[in-house]
Design a protein. Structure first.
Length: 595
């Protein structure tokens, strides 16, 4: 087993030839049903079986399966498996005709949600080959394998369908062979093709020879023999092309563009340019690609916790030189565990400060792995779903998803880096064990509204600081306003007796207790922030309370207890009150307690 360090992003000015692998699962819906009937779901926790149309039975062995959908108030075949297709059934055929032709046909209702979820799970699994995976529903995927093919070992893990070097890209052949063989072993019908553009790869995967890897200089010649359906056109343009006798892509290549545009519109020329690579067709990957990735493949699946922990440290050591060259440290990392049964486990980790030390990264992930739910007993569990996975992991990947500049730290005579680094390490360990959201720090917000002035933010939030300096607020400039030790998140209403309307209270009733006022200081007037369209409120209730002028008073009762009360609104100002308030009668609230 070997460790590979990759930076997927090409260097500025580098000329990299794009290579796209198109994966097509022609029988995705029926393959899902057959696998579930056999108790083999792609993800643990999904119950096998499916919804049967009246009169149908679960298929077993080589019995044909069809999926039906209601089209124009009639049940028609929406998908058929290979066994049904071999017996003459086709998509779009009426269900009654299909039953007459194949009496033992097992018919299931279409479940587009389950099919989409399965395609999403397969796309996640395909990230073992490249982080750039795009969906092409209902049964396709695009994999941008640019610069990835050389990462594969000389000997494939599964039986290849091509010889090394026969397509000029032996690594591409091995990559596609490994992908196809693994999915076939899971019970899927698979077709793949590799080309220089998504359009060409799509056409070859569906209408070309099986398992093609087309060299860029031979794509146009190979495309010429494919049907025009490979251009990804709608039913209308395809029918018109058929009536005109234009059945092959080669019949369109080299034709004058103006007559084609006049007859078919711009869509035909756009699709033709995309399939020939004359027009860029950007892909939208499911997830952004990390800048730094280190991964390790195992010859046999591994489920031992100590082996996984050692692998994490080894991968962190592989990432360390790259981070050092960039002058950066990791603020967010992701550990991806690819299981041999197809499930993928992702463990995300945030740090309180940029870090590149391999030992610290390994220790933080050890804390993260130890923080399992009670139902998980070993590392073979799927931490994302809580379902066990005893198959073991055959590939481990460590990604730096976010990084920040990391300055060199001056150590003292004892070789210590200082308290800030120790504090950052402590917060990182607490976040890994308790969860990042559980370790927060107060952040000052530019707002005069008391409940809006502080926000609890996770210490591990990337962007909060740089280097070893912990991003905690500095001293308040000048003399800060006096504020209570305890501030209520939601001000509580009180009943107040005042000598004059604009004056301080003489007594107030709070929580059914009457308090007699001995001393009062105020008012401190806080006006609403009219320049904000939306208040940065913690909740909607606080935002509603922040809409009126407030007069705050520091109150001390006869027993020495101190309160922070405010009058919400001004007397005689109807604009400061809700419709529920009597006009000209502000309400009172207690907002906090002093020591």
């Amino acid at each position: 087993m070997s460790t590979v360090l990759t930076n997927r992003a090409p260097a500025p000015g580098a000329k990299t030839r794009q290579r796209i692998l198109a994966l097509w699962l022609p029988c995705l819906a029926t393959d899902r049903l057959r696998r579930e009937a056999g108790g083999s779901a792609w993800r643990a926790g999904r119950q096998p079986g499916g919804t049967l149309v009246s009169g149908g039975t679960l298929a077993s062995g080589d019995a044909p399966i069809a999926v039906v959908a209601k089209i124009n108030n009639a049940l028609r075949l929406a998908a058929v498996d290979e066994a049904a297709a071999a017996r003459g059934l086709r998509v779009g055929q009426a269900l009654a005709d299909a039953r007459g032709a194949v009496p033992d046909l097992a018919v299931h209702e279409e479940d587009t949600g389950a099919d989409a979820a399965l395609l999403e799970a397969i796309a996640e699994w395909c990230e073992r080959y490249t982080p750039l995976v795009a969906l092409d529903p209902p049964g396709g995927l695009y994999l941008d394998i640019t610069g990835c093919a050389h990462l594969f070992a000389p000997a494939p893990l599964f039986t290849p369908y091509g010889k090394h070097g026969e397509d000029g890209e032996g690594g591409e052949t091995r990559l596609a062979a490994d992908l196809s063989a693994r999915l076939t072993a899971q019970g899927f019908a698979v077709r793949t093709a590799i080309a220089a553009s998504p359009g060409a790869a799509w056409a070859f995967a569906r209408y070309g020879k099986a398992a093609q890897a087309i060299a860029p200089d031979g794509e146009q010649q190979a495309l010429a023999g494919l049907p025009v359906a490979g251009l990804r056109l709608g039913a209308g343009p395809l029918a018109l092309l058929d009536r005109l006798g234009l059945k092959r892509i080669g019949q369109l290549i080299g034709q004058p563009r103006a007559p084609l545009a006049a007859r078919f519109g711009s869509v035909l020329l756009t699709r033709l340019d995309q399939v020939l690579g004359h027009e860029d067709e950007p892909l939208s990957p499911r997830l952004p690609a990390p800048a730094l990735i280190a991964e390790r493949c195992f010859a046999e699946p591994v489920a031992d916790a100590s082996a996984i922990a050692a692998t994490v440290r080894s991968l962190a050591e592989a990432l360390q030189p790259a981070l050092t060259r960039r002058g950066e440290g990791a603020r967010a990392l992701q550990l991806v565990l690819f299981a041999s049964d197809g499930t993928v486990t992702r463990l995300n980790l945030g740090t309180a400060a940029p870090v590149r030390d391999a030992g610290l990264i390994a220790a933080l992930f050890a804390e993260r792995l130890a923080a399992k739910s009670p139902g998980e007993t070993d590392l073979g569990a799927d931490f994302a779903t809580g379902h066990g996975n005893a198959a073991g992991f055959d590939m481990v990947r460590l990604c730096v998803t976010e990084s920040e500049p990391l300055a060199e730290t001056q150590i003292d005579l004892a070789g210590e880096a200082g308290g800030a680094a120790d504090l950052a390490q402590l917060f990182s360990q607490l976040g890994a064990r308790l969860g990042e959201a559980s370790v927060t720090r107060p952040v000052a917000i530019d707002s005069h509204i008391p409940e809006q002035g502080v926000l609890a933010r996770p210490v591990a939030a990337a962007g909060a600081g740089s280097g070893q300096d912990m991003p905690f607020p500095g001293p308040f400039p000048g003399y800060p306003p006096e504020r209570p030790l305890k501030l209520f998140e939601r001000p509580e209403p009180v009943e107040v007796i005042a000598e004059v309307p604009e004056g301080p209270p003489l007594a107030f009733r709070w929580r059914r207790v009457l308090y007699q006022v001995a001393r009062a200081e105020g008012p401190e007037r806080i006006a609403p922030e009219w320049w904000r369209d939306t208040m940065p409120a913690q909740n909607l209730a606080a935002q509603n309370l922040a809409g009126a002028t407030r007069d705050y008073f520091r109150i001390e009762d006869r027993q020495g207890r101190r309160f922070w009360l405010y009058r919400d609104g001004l007397y005689g100002n109807e604009a400061d009150h809700d419709a529920d308030y009597d006009a000209g009668r502000p309400s009172w609230y207690v907002h906090g307690l002093f020591a």
